[in-house]
Design a protein around this ligand. Structure first.
Ligand SMILES: Nc1ncnc2c1ncn2[C@@H]1O[C@H](COP(=O)(O)OP(=O)(O)OP(=O)(O)O)[C@@H](O)[C@H]1O
Length: 352
C-alpha cells in the first residue's frame, strides 16, 4: 500500500504544487490522479519514487517511510511509464526493455529472455523487437514503455499521462490493454491523466485534483459520477454523467430471452423481426419486412453493463438487441422496452 500522509510540496519560487495530500493506494489496485493541467498530479506521483521530496508530510510504502529507503533499490521496485515512452533512441526495443534487468544484475542472456516475456505480455509484434524507437508508431512505443516498466516485475507501477500522445483509437486499445495486463499481474498502479473519461474507465478509485494541488474527492468512479463531492468535480465529470454512470450498473434486471434455432442462416425472433448469421455463426444483419438488410447495431457482450445494453437497443434497427457469448455468437435477445424500463427504474431509485 502507498500512503500519502499530509504530503505537501512548495517549490522554492513559492508555487504550491501539492497541498496536504492524504490518501491511500491499496495494494493491487489501480488508482488514477485526474485533474486539469498544473494541479499537482505529477508532483504527487513523483513523491513515490523520490523524484520529488515533500516539503512537509511523508509517503509510506507498506508502512515504511520512503525517506528512510535508499533511492536506487526503491526505484528498481517501481516501474515508471511516461508520455512518449522515454525510450533510449539508440537502443533496440529489446535492449530498451532488457536495460532495467541488466541494472538489476541479470546476465545479458537472462535479461533478454525476460525482456522477450515482457514484450509478449504487452502484445507487441515480435518482429518489432530489433527496431529502434523512431521506427515504431506512438502506440507501439507506449507498449514498449509498458513492457520496460513491467520487465523487472516491480510491485508498483507509476504511469504519467502514458497514453496522451496517441490518437483516440490507439489510446482506447492501450487502455483496454492495461486493464487486461492488470488483471494478470495485479500491480499497485498509480496513473496520472487529465482525461476524466480515461480516469473513469481505468480507475478502481480516482482522486480528483484541483488547481492549488488539493484533492477534491477520492472515491470509486461510480461514486464520483453519481455523487460528485462539489461543484468543481461536478463540472469535471460533465453533463452526461448520469448516462456514463450506467457503465457501472449491472444489467441483471434486464430479462434475456432464449432465441429460437436458425433456419437457412436466419434467426426469426418474432413474426416481424429476423436477423441473419454470418458463416461463423455470428450475427450478420437485421432484415426489413421486405428482406432487405438493415445493419446490426452494437451487441451485448457477456457481463455487459446497463450502458452497453442501452447502447445496443438504441443502435439496433429492431426493437431488440442481441446478446453474444465470448465467441461472438448469439446467446439471447433483449427487448428494447425492458432495457428502457430498467434504466427508468434506476433513475427513479426503485429497486430493480
Ligand atoms: N520544479 C518546479 N518549480 C516550480 N514550480 C513547479 C515545479 N514543478 C512543478 N511546478 C508547479 O507545480 C504545480 C503542479 O505541477 P504538476 O506538474 O504536478 O501538475 P500536473 O497536475 O501534473 O500538470 P500537468 O498535467 O500539466 O503535468 C504547477 O503549478 C507547476 O507549475
Amino acid at each position: 500500500m502507498i500512503s500519502f500522509q499530509n504530503a505537501s510540496k512548495a517549490f522554492p519560487d513559492g508555487t504550491v504544487g501539492v497541498d496536504d495530500l492524504s490518501l491511500e493506494v491499496e495494494t493491487g489496485s489501480l488508482t488514477v490522479f485526474v485533474g486539469p493541467s498544473g494541479c499537482g498530479k505529477t508532483t504527487s506521483m513523483r513523491m513515490v519514487n523520490k523524484m520529488v521530496t515533500p516539503t512537509s508530510g511523508r509517503v509510506l510504502i507498506d508502512g515504511r517511510d520512503i525517506a528512510d529507503l535508499p533511492t536506487v533499490p526503491l526505484r528498481l521496485g517501481i516501474g515508471y511509464v511516461i508520455q512518449h515512452a522515454g525510450l533510449l533512441p539508440h537502443r533496440t526495443v529489446l535492449d530498451n526493455v532488457a536495460q532495467v534487468l541488466r541494472l538489476k544484475g541479470l546476465s545479458r542472456r537472462e535479461a533478454r529472455a525476460r525482456a522477450h516475456e515482457a514484450i509478449e505480455r504487452v502484445q507487441l509484434r515480435p518482429e518489432l523487437i530489433d527496431r529502434y524507437p523512431s521506427q515504431l508508431s506512438g502506440g507501439q512505443q507506449q507498449r514498449v514503455g509498458v513492457a520496460r516498466a513491467l520487465a523487472a516485475d516491480p510491485p508498483i507501477l507509476l504511469m504519467d499521462e502514458p497514453f496522451s500522445a496517441v490518437d483516440p483509437v490507439v489510446r482506447e486499445e492501450l487502455q483496454l490493454e492495461i486493464l487486461r495486463i492488470q488483471r494478470e499481474v495485479q500491480k499497485t498502479i498509480l496513473f496520472v491523466t487529465h482525461d476524466i473519461d480515461e480516469a473513469l474507465r481505468l480507475g478502481d478509485r480516482i482522486a480528483v485534483f484541483a488547481p492549488g494541488g488539493e484533492v477534491q474527492q477520492y472515491a470509486a468512479p461510480e461514486t464520483v459520477l453519481t455523487q460528485p463531492a462539489n461543484e468543481l468535480v461536478r463540472s469535471m465529470v460533465g453533463r452526461d454523467r448520469g448516462f456514463r454512470a450506467l457503465s457501472f450498473a449491472g444489467a441483471e434486471s434486464v430479462p434475456v430471452h432464449q432465441l429460437p434455432g436458425a433456419s437457412d442462416g436466419t434467426i426469426h425472433v418474432d413474426g416481424a423481426w429476423a436477423f441473419t448469421l454470418d458463416p461463423d455463426g455470428r450475427p450478420g444483419d437485421w432484415l426489413g419486412s421486405d428482406g432487405a438488410p438493415l445493419g446490426l447495431g452494437t451487441l451485448i457482450p457477456p457481463d455487459g453493463s446497463l450502458r452497453t445494453v442501452l447502447d445496443a437497443v438504441l443502435s439496433s434497427p429492431a426493437p431488440y438487441a442481441i446478446c453474444v457469448d465470448a465467441a461472438g455468437r448469439p446467446s439471447g435477445i433483449v427487448q428494447a422496452e425492458d432495457a428502457y424500463r430498467a434504466v427508468a427504474r434506476r433513475g427513479s431509485g426503485e429497486a430493480p
